[in-house]
Design a protein around this ligand. Structure first.
Ligand SMILES: [Zn+2]
Ligand SMILES: [Zn+2]
Length: 160
């Protein structure tokens, strides 16, 4: 058995098979041209959208911190009721939480309420001393970054 002949036979078969695919089918290529053009336009567009999404996701945390400057929507608890963080003024009608130092709701212009961080009693945001436990809520006019989780802030209140 001649190994070279066998190899040549295999090689010829490979050439025959590949020629079926390599032979340019110009009609088919021209038919594919619109698809290629669309791909050439859509691919950069998709890349642009993907890049924009990545940039948006990267910048998102900064936007959230800036958002603390104004009112933000209160988190909705498991019962569908808005959950207001303690120590921050809030409007129960509009379910908005305001930065420390705000007294009136920008939406309904009603007085804001605040929950005492120590005893959990609600009162008007105009009163800075808790009538129940005497805790004085320090009002800072400079807006502060508020963590997403509701809870007493370590620097937000001081015992009288
Ligand atoms: Zn309101
Ligand atoms: Zn209190």
């Amino acid at each position: 058995m001649n190994l070279v002949d066998v190899l040549n036979g295999i090689w010829n078969q490979i050439l025959e098979i590949t020629s079926l695919f390599v032979m340019p089918d110009w009609g088919g290529l021209i038919g594919l041209l619109p698809v290629l053009v669309v791909l050439g336009l859509v691919a950069p567009f998709l890349t642009f959208v993907a890049l924009g999404t990545v940039i948006y996701l990267v910048r998102k945390p900064r936007v959230r911190v800036n958002y603390v400057e104004g009112p933000r929507a209160a988190e909705i608890g498991p019962g569908g009721e808005p959950v207001f963080p303690v120590g921050l003024p809030y409007c129960r009608r509009d379910a908005l939480v305001y930065p420390s130092g705000t007294h009136r709701c920008e939406t309904c212009h009603h007085q804001l309420a605040v929950i005492c961080p120590m005893c959990g009693l609600g009162r008007s945001a105009l009163i800075d001393t808790c009538t129940n436990c005497g805790l004085v809520l320090k009002v800072r006019n400079r807006s502060v970054a508020v963590p997403a989780s509701a809870g007493p802030k370590p620097g937000g209140a001081a015992v009288a």
